[in-house]
Design a protein around this ligand. Structure first.
Ligand SMILES: [Zn+2]
Length: 270
């Protein structure tokens, strides 16, 4: 699944291509992809308007169009591809924005779990999502207050988008390995000092992953055929049976918060 670094990579790569483009029309090929409107009503609403900005919130991509917002969640296999109208289109094309200059933004999605919504404001996102990892508001005090009454595993807290937005399965494992915390450790057992380390590890890892244009494990790509390079810097995710680079014990795969979870049994004790 694309997580914050992958989504940020998509946003940065699309920005110079689609910002300030004038919309001609919209085609929808899989009606469930567009969950708030019919193809016709969206097309009428946004035609002749300009995409004034493209940004990210958590794992969502936001296109500002006039005073409204097209909000895109890639989920498992969604991709945004910018191309010309003369180029061949994917058989997995689910929605297409046509621009006045005959270029197009395609949303392709093999598994069809991706969703696109059109809203007049971003309240629904802000109600659903917690603090951004790079925000100054993400402090040990904030986390302590959120976690002190929760005895569920710290990994599920990291995956909980309403506390910190943008972290998924890969980066949660990497963050916990870096700060030497067992993924199953009850969240309310992390003290302020550990939470401070957790925040700084989160920021360092996500920033490095953004710099490497994300991680491609199975199916993340951006543009037409560009892949993320952070996979070579992973320390624990997907490494079961390999030696921990810090202590050389064997990395274990287990299940935590319903997800495949990798950790080092020596570095990461309860
Ligand atoms: Zn280790």
């Amino acid at each position: 699944l694309p997580e914050l670094p992958e989504v940020e990579t998509v946003v940065r790569s699309l920005k110079p291509k689609i910002q300030n483009k004038i919309i001609k029309s919209v085609n929808v090929y899989w009606t469930k992809t567009l969950s708030t409107h019919t193809a016709n009503s969206l097309s009428k609403t946004i035609q002749n308007k300009i995409i004034s900005s493209i940004s990210r919130r958590g794992k969502y991509i936001i296109l500002q169009i006039g005073n409204s917002f097209l909000v895109i969640h890639l989920r498992m296999t969604g991709k945004l591809i910018y191309q010309n109208s003369s180029e061949t289109q994917s058989s997995h094309l689910r929605l297409k924005i046509n621009f006045k200059d005959n270029s197009e933004l395609h949303f392709t999605d093999i598994r069809k779990f991706g969703r696109i919504e059109f809203h007049n404001n971003l309240n629904f996102l802000n109600e659903k999502l917690g603090i951004e990892p790079f925000s100054n508001q993400l402090t040990a005090g904030y986390l302590y207050q959120k976690l002190c009454k929760r005895n569920g595993p710290i990994k599920s807290i990291l995956l909980n988008q309403s506390i910190i937005a943008g972290i998924g399965n890969i980066y949660a494992d990497e963050i916990l390995w870096k700060i030497r915390v067992h993924p199953q450790k009850p969240a309310n057992q992390l003290d302020i000092q550990k939470l401070t380390k957790l925040i700084s590890a989160t920021q360092i890892i996500l920033q490095k992953a953004i710099n490497s244009m994300g991680t491609t494990i199975i199916n993340f790509s951006f543009d037409k055929e560009s892949y993320g390079n952070y996979g070579s810097q992973l320390k624990v995710f997907n490494k079961n049976g390999e030696n921990c680079i810090r202590c050389s014990d064997i990395i274990i795969k287990t299940k935590c918060a319903g997800r495949g979870t990798y950790y080092c049994p020596t570095c990461q004790t309860m």
